[in-house]
Write a protein that binds this ligand. Structure first.
Ligand SMILES: [Zn+2]
Length: 94
């Protein structure tokens, strides 16, 4: 999982910018929605990783004729931090 502090650091910077833009507001919050929580099945440790979500679709021909739109949703966990480029896989945890 994450081996750097970029998620925390980027969130803090965005939060500072958000507070600067809207100082009259309160209870500011920022959440990097591209990060998802994971639990390592081997170690039981919890962590977060940068995830790219995707949607795919195609026209699927039906046996009775005609077409049906097929949709697929999935996700890809990044092997490297998008901010600093460090590997997101800890040694031994693969
Ligand atoms: Zn990083």
């Amino acid at each position: 999982m994450a081996t750097c502090n970029c998620q925390t650091e980027v969130t803090e910077k965005l939060l500072e910018n958000f507070k600067d833009k809207f100082p009259e507001a309160f209870l500011h919050k920022v959440n990097l929605t591209s990060y998802s929580l994971f639990i390592n099945g081997t170690t039981g440790q919890c962590g977060s990783a940068y995830v790219v979500y995707y949607e795919a679709e195609a026209e699927y021909p039906l046996k009775k004729g005609g077409l049906k739109r097929k949709k697929l949703k999935g996700s890809i966990v990044a092997n490297y931090c998008p901010f600093c480029g460090i590997s997101t896989k800890e040694k031994g945890n693969g």
